[in-house]
Design a protein around this ligand. Structure first.
Ligand SMILES: Cc1cc2nc3c(=O)[nH]c(=O)nc-3n(C[C@H](O)[C@H](O)[C@H](O)COP(=O)(O)OP(=O)(O)OC[C@H]3O[C@@H](n4cnc5c(N)ncnc54)[C@H](O)[C@@H]3O)c2cc1C
Length: 463
């Protein structure tokens, strides 16, 4: 009995946690296997929580700097990064404890070691003391996450040339930082370090950062970044990159430009953690970029083996990994998952933050034709709360179908964007018409009022 489970979950990040909890709550005997000392995955230890803790410090410092009329404030030259993220350890520790107690309370066995799949009914557990256990199971859920990709021409040494796992281990804030990659992780870290007073150069092959987002939104982000110690070099590629052995990391671009900085961060995508999992033995189909292929039930090409989270690729968000985990577990048991999973917001914790849900203007026009699409905008300085807060780069952009009048998407940049977006999410789920925002009362003064102004703009100020 000891070594038989209904469900074995491999990996204890957000995807694994929710898979294990959902299976256990349905009365199944479940074990979760984690190879690291602590539970929580990249989300808790290298990704979401650490980066957001540094961001919080950057925002606090920015607020103090903007209060120069009240405080005589300057950042100490020898400030250590560890001091800036001083709260991180307690946040990580208490969050890890919450995860552990949640799993234990629900009867999930926590097994420590490296898991390998021998066949769809057997997982081999290589424990830290060298022992090996064979565990039988009915279902396997793979939630092994991802790790930073290191392009061949970028020799990451974790001292001068860093990745998102090592960037927060630097001792002091550098004078200058080059960031390679204008995706979510690159844009977040570039803007956070820039707000901390570091001279940041963000380089990407694409003309704009975050190409998948609405251009009006990303332009506001770029303007803010460039007004605060940042430079964006778009449509450029790095030929090679090296530490000069004395003072600087040199990034040589293909157009001959040379960028020198004290540190360099590579944020060029992530690779699925599939090595050592025994996928060759069980012959699981992989997508071209090495992610595990799944169907709409999150089942892999091998019946009884499911996969969720970063290991299956986009959107590679903690929020979605959790939802996928819950769905995979319920699907594996034959339980229904009736709730919609279409209107998933994306949150980008850059400075300023950005968020979106639904489809943007360009996609709406492509899908419905320009004559059938209407757009409304509200600059945050059009609402009292935005004025009070002194927000300069805030914008809420609403996209709707003309006839029948139906909300299609909302995109926001500025303070509160990642919270405000949930109003749009639930409006989309309930198929609200833009006039809903005019027929209901909102607190005053709030940033949420931007929905009302954007809706008015969208309806031609006639309402
Ligand atoms: C810098 C950064 C910032 C981010 N910010 C955000 C954000 O703001 N919002 C958001 O939603 N997402 C964010 N993300 C993404 C988020 O962290 C990931 O999408 C999420 O962690 C993926 O969850 P997961 O469960 O798939 O994998 P992970 O969290 O990576 O967990 C996988 C676990 O599996 C374990 N494992 C791997 N192989 C084995 C094995 N063979 N045996 C046993 N255990 C194994 C690993 O040790 C790890 O603990 C960020 C990521 C980074 C890097």
């Amino acid at each position: 009995m000891e070594d038989f489970y209904d469900c074995i979950v491999i990996g204890s990040g957000p995807g694994g946690q929710r898979s294990a909890l959902a299976a256990a709550k349905s009365g199944k005997r479940v074990a979760i296997i984690e190879r690291e000392r602590e539970l929580g995955g990249a989300c808790v230890h290298q990704g979401t929580i650490p980066s957001k803790t540094l961001r919080e410090a950057a925002l606090t410092l920015a607020k103090l700097k903007n209060s120069a009329h009240v405080f005589d404030f300057s950042l100490r030259k020898d400030i250590e990064v560890a001091t800036l993220i001083g709260r991180m350890e307690s946040v990580v520790n208490s969050y890890t404890k919450v995860i552990e107690s949640d799993l234990e309370t629900n009867g999930v066995d926590i097994l420590k070691g490296r898991a390998r799949i021998r066949d769809p009914q057997t997982v081999v557990l290589h424990e830290v003391d060298g022992r090996t256990k064979f565990i039988n199971t009915q279902t396997i859920i793979i939630a092994t996450g991802s790790r930073p990709r290191h392009p061949e021409n970028i020799p990451v040494d974790h001292e001068h040339i860093l990745d998102s796992d090592s960037i927060l281990s630097i001792l002091y804030l550098p004078e200058s930082l080059t960031v390679l990659g204008g995706g979510v992780i690159g844009s977040e870290y570039a803007s956070i370090f820039a707000m901390l007073g570091v001279k940041v150069t963000l380089i990407d092959r694409e003309p704009h950062p975050l190409m998948f987002l609405d251009k009006e939104i990303t332009s506001k982000f770029k303007n803010h970044f460039e007004a605060n110690n940042g430079t964006y070099l778009g449509s450029r590629s790095v030929a090679k990159c090296y530490w000069d052995g004395a003072t600087a990391v040199v990034a040589e671009l293909e157009d001959g430009t040379e960028i020198r900085s004290e540190k360099l961060l590579v944020a060029s995508g992530r690779l699925a953690n599939t090595e050592g999992l025994g996928l060759d033995d069980v012959k699981l189909a992989l997508a071209p970029r090495g992610h595990i292929k799944v169907n709409d039930q999150y089942e892999t090409s091998m019946p009884g083996i499911y996969a969720v989270g970063d290991v299956i690729g986009r959107p590679s968000l903690a929020s979605c990994s959790m939802e996928q985990g819950m769905r995979a577990a319920r699907n594996s048991i034959g339980l229904s998952t009736p709730r919609t999973f279409d209107e998933v917001p994306i949150g980008i914790y850059s400075v300023p933050e950005m968020s979106g849900v639904g489809i943007d203007e360009a996609t709406a026009i492509e899908r419905y034709g320009a004559q059938n699409v209407v757009v409304g905008r509200c600059d945050f300085n059009q609402v009292a709360r935005g004025q009070i807060m002194g927000i300069k780069d805030g914008l809420l952009k609403m996209v709707a179908l003309k006839e029948p009048s139906e909300l299609l998407g909302v995109f926001i940049v500025g303070d509160g964007a990642t919270e405000l977006i949930h109003i749009a999410q639930f409006s989309l789920i309930h198929k609200a018409a833009p006039k809903t925002f005019l027929e209901n009362v909102m607190n005053f003064p709030t940033l949420a009022e931007a929905y009302r102004i954007a809706a008015l703009d969208l309806l031609g100020w006639r309402y």
